[in-house]
Design a protein around this ligand. Structure first.
Ligand code: 13P
Ligand code: SF4
Length: 400
C-alpha cells in the first residue's frame, strides 16, 4: 500500500535535524476529542499516487463548479493548501463564511471548531464539510463544557458571576460559544483578543477567559493588568475548591484564566530566541500569542497566523525572521519568500497533529462524494446551540 503525500522541506535552521520531516505525526499531548467520529474512507483512496489524487480532486471540483469552495487555514499542510480557494487565520475564515452565501458546499480544511464556526455563521442553505472529522484541537478539548458550566456555578455561588464576563477563544466547542452568548459574552480570536477584552471590561469588571491561558495572560499584560490579578482556574480541582484559587485571589481577579494551552506553541522557549539572536544579530522574532508570556515578551512582534504571514510577506528583502508558530505555515512562508531568511525557532518541530489529519486522500473522498451527490462529513451545530453561539460570534464580528 502506498500513501503518497506531497511535502515540502520544513523550515528549520540549516544543519538542524527536523523531526517533522516524516509523513508520520506524533500527537504532542493525549487527545480526547469530543465524539468527532470519522468513518473509514474506502481503501482505494490510500492506494492513490499523489498525481492521481490531485487529478481526481481537480475533476471533482470541476464537476461541482461554483457550488463548492475550499477554505484553508494557514496551518494546513502544503499538499492541502494548494487546493484552497481562500486561506486565512481563524478570524478571516469565520468572516469569510459570514459574508459569502454563494457556495452550497464549504469544504473546510482546518479543524473542527473552525468548521463549527463556519456552520454557525454561514447561510442555512450552505453545508460545511470537514474532510476528516478527527481533525480536532487538543486545546479546545481542554475546556470540556461541563467543566466550564461547573466553574460558572462556583462563581455564582461565590457571588461574583454577575460581575464577570465570559469570553471564549475561538478554539472551543460550539456549546461554549453558545454559553458565552447566553451569558452576555463574546468570542475572540488571536487577532482581536485585546479589542474583545476592552469591550468586555467596558461592561463588567472581571473576565472569565477560556481555554487558552497564554492568550488570556498575554492580552491582559498588554492591557496593563498585573499578573496577580490573573489567577489560573485549574479545572482538575474538585468542585467547590474555586479551581485551586483562594477566595482573596478570586475577589482581586480581573481575568480568571482557564488552565488550557496549545501543545504546539508551548514548545517555544526564550532560549531558542536567545540562540537565534546570537546567530543572526539583525533577526526579528515573531511569535503567536498562544506562546508563553516570557516568549511573547522576548519576541519583537506577536500576533495571529494572518498577522505573521502578512508581516513576513511585506518585510524587506534580506530580512531575517525567527518564527514561533506551527511548522507548515513557517515552511510555506520560507518557500514563498526566497529573498528572506525565514525559519522556525524550535529545531525539533512537530506539525499540529490534528490539522495534519486533513490528508489529501480525505479531501479527495469528500469532494468526489459531493460531486456524486453524497454529502459526507457535514458539520452541523444543533439549532439551539447555534442560536446563542451566533450571538457570541456576531458580537465579535461587530467589535472588530
Ligand atoms: P489563528 O486564529 O491565528 O488562526 O490561530 C488558530 C490556532 O489554532 C492557532 O494555534
Ligand atoms: Fe489547536 Fe494548537 Fe493545533 Fe491551533 S496549533 S489547532 S491551538 S492544537
Amino acid at each position: 500500500m502506498t500513501t503518497t503525500a506531497v511535502r515540502e522541506p520544513m523550515a528549520v535552521l540549516p544543519g538542524i535535524a527536523c523531526e517533522s520531516d516524516s509523513t508520520e505525526t506524533v500527537p504532542l499531548v493525549e487527545e480526547r476529542s469530543f465524539a468527532f467520529w470519522q468513518q473509514d474512507i474506502p481503501l482505494e483512496y490510500w492506494d492513490l499516487e499523489t498525481q492521481d489524487i490531485i487529478e481526481r480532486i481537480r475533476v471533482a471540483r470541476q464537476k461541482l463548479g461554483e457550488r463548492c469552495i475550499i477554505l484553508g487555514h494557514h496551518y494546513q499542510r502544503a499538499d492541502i493548501i494548494q487546493f484552497a480557494d481562500f486561506r486565512g487565520d481563524s478570524f478571516k475564515l469565520a468572516q469569510w463564511a459570514a459574508q459569502h452565501p454563494e457556495a452550497e458546499y464549504i469544504v473546510f480544511c482546518g479543524v473542527h471548531f473552525m468548521a463549527e464556526a463556519a456552520d454557525i455563521l454561514s447561510a442555512p442553505h450552505q453545508k460545511v464539510i470537514l474532510p476528516n472529522m478527527a481533525a480536532g484541537c487538543s486545546m479546545a478539548d481542554m475546556a470540556d463544557p461541563d467543566d466550564v458550566y461547573a466553574c460558572w456555578e462556583e462563581l455564582e455561588e461565590a457571588g461574583v458571576a454577575q460581575a464577570t464576563m465570559p469570553i471564549t477563544y475561538m478554539n472551543s466547542a460550539a456549546a461554549l460559544k453558545a454559553f458565552v452568548g447566553e451569558h452576555g459574552g463574546a468570542v475572540c480570536t488571536s487577532s482581536n483578543a485585546p479589542k474583545v477584552l476592552e469591550w468586555a471590561f467596558a461592561r463588567k469588571p472581571r473576565v472569565l477567559f477560556f481555554p487558552d491561558q497564554h492568550l488570556g495572560r498575554n492580552t491582559g499584560v498588554k492591557m496593563g493588568i498585573a499578573l496577580d490579578e490573573m489567577p489560573l482556574w485549574n479545572y482538575h480541582q474538585p468542585y467547590g475548591s474555586l479551581g485551586g484559587m483562594t477566595d482573596e485571589q478570586l475577589r482581586r481577579s480581573r481575568i480568571i484564566l482557564w488552565q488550557g494551552h496549545c501543545s504546539v506553541h508551548q514548545r517555544f522557549t526564550v532560549d531558542q530566541i536567545r540562540e537565534a539572536r546570537e546567530r543572526f544579530p539583525e533577526i526579528k522574532i515573531i511569535v503567536h500569542p498562544e506562546c508563553r508570556m516570557e516568549v511573547v515578551q522576548a519576541a519583537d512582534l506577536n500576533g495571529s497566523t494572518e498577522f505573521i504571514a502578512r508581516t513576513i510577506t511585506e518585510a524587506p528583502a534580506g530580512s531575517v525572521w525567527g518564527v514561533g508558530t506551527e511548522i507548515n505555515l513557517v515552511s510555506r512562508l520560507a518557500k514563498e519568500n526566497p529573498d528572506k531568511t525565514v525559519f522556525c525557532l524550535d529545531p525539533v518541530v512537530c506539525p499540529c497533529s490534528t490539522m495534519y489529519r486533513v490528508h489529501p486522500a480525505y479531501l479527495c473522498w469528500a469532494v468526489e462524494s459531493l460531486a456524486e451527490g453524497r454529502v459526507v462529513n457535514q458539520v452541523t451545530v444543533p439549532d439551539e446551540t447555534k442560536r446563542w453561539a451566533k450571538v457570541a460570534l456576531d458580537r465579535m464580528l461587530e467589535i472588530v
